[in-house]
Design a protein around this ligand. Sequence first.
Ligand code: SF4
Length: 401
Amino acid sequence: MKPIQLLSPKSSQRPNFSILPPLGLYIHLPWCVRRCPYCDFNAHVAPEVIPEDDFFRALQIDLEQALPDIWGRSIISVFFGGGTPSLMSAAFIDRVISMVRAYLPLAQGAEITLEANPGASEAGRFADYAQAGVNRLSIGVQSFNDDVLQKIGRIHDAHQAQQAIYAALAAVDRVNIDLMYALPGQSVEDCLKGVHRAIDSGATHLSIYQLMLEPNTVFAKYPPELPREEDSAAMHDQIIDTVTDIGFEHYEVSAFAKHKHYGAHNMNYWSFGDYLGIGPGAHSKISFPHSITRMARTRNPQVWMQQALQGQGKQVSERYEVKATELPFEFMLNVLRLKDGVPYEYFTARAGLGGQWISKAIQQAVDKGLMEDRFDRICATELGWRFLTDLQTLFLSTQES
Ligand code: SF4
């Protein structure tokens, strides 16, 4: 008689979905006035005249060719990211949104965000973007101190930043401000002053990141003098105290929202939803009934454009199925960033696997005080949030448990 086999996760197992996760659309617009020395995004110095017509046609083909992967699914959010999307004309954004609506069902009230930089968005353009359908603007302010802005190579000053925020708030209800801390020449006091200016501006959402010296950037090669570690830590803690005292909810590691104005597009990433990314360098995660596929587009805008216009699908430079064994870690990498985590059933609904894949690691995390001991939610404790990488790493070792 054969021994009875106990059910346990196996590397040969595949995810299984009865209903596919929500789907967002990301559109990458790669050009900037100039490259900031700390930037590791897929950003390129804009040509004198941006080839909007060719770029639009390439985007259209890129989207058309992706349609078989997402038949019948509606889009919950659209995000124009970059680069500096506000370098594009409102007429271009209007054409793109109309094209998206023509090809795909856009959920009612879907959030449509556009990233803009002060100094790369002339007056009046935000109102035209809103007219085209953009209902959320995200402004790359980074700092309200002119000296600091210069040191990090930004093209705008504090006055222009303030003007851009006012123009954004006049155009749409939801405005995010991106800020950075631990910047060259920045003191704790100056950092908090900037945070207060951001709060007072009326923005509904703040995204606040520490400056990191990423590989392959000018700052990695020629590192600037940064604040001492203890000052950076003080900035981090005091930013959180200041922002939350004033009524913003710290709902994700780097994100703060007023009146529950969470960023819908990013919430979808953090809760392990699907996303289709079109445009140079854009990434996608698409679920099918028995698999999850990741894709990447060619990074160079010129090459991506040529490949898309040739119509043979070559602009998709990478496409592979995610192994089931990789999904617990990928899932936790995202959802544990959320302060309240996600409902427990999201693991099956969005990673397509049974709870046995994560139960052992969750128990370990609970025993270490890093995760809440709850049946209904997957959620880090305060301690787990503070040592998030340690917590997430627990889900690496359980991949084939
Ligand atoms: S504006 Fe933003 S995307 Fe462009 S180079 Fe600077 S950091 Fe990178």
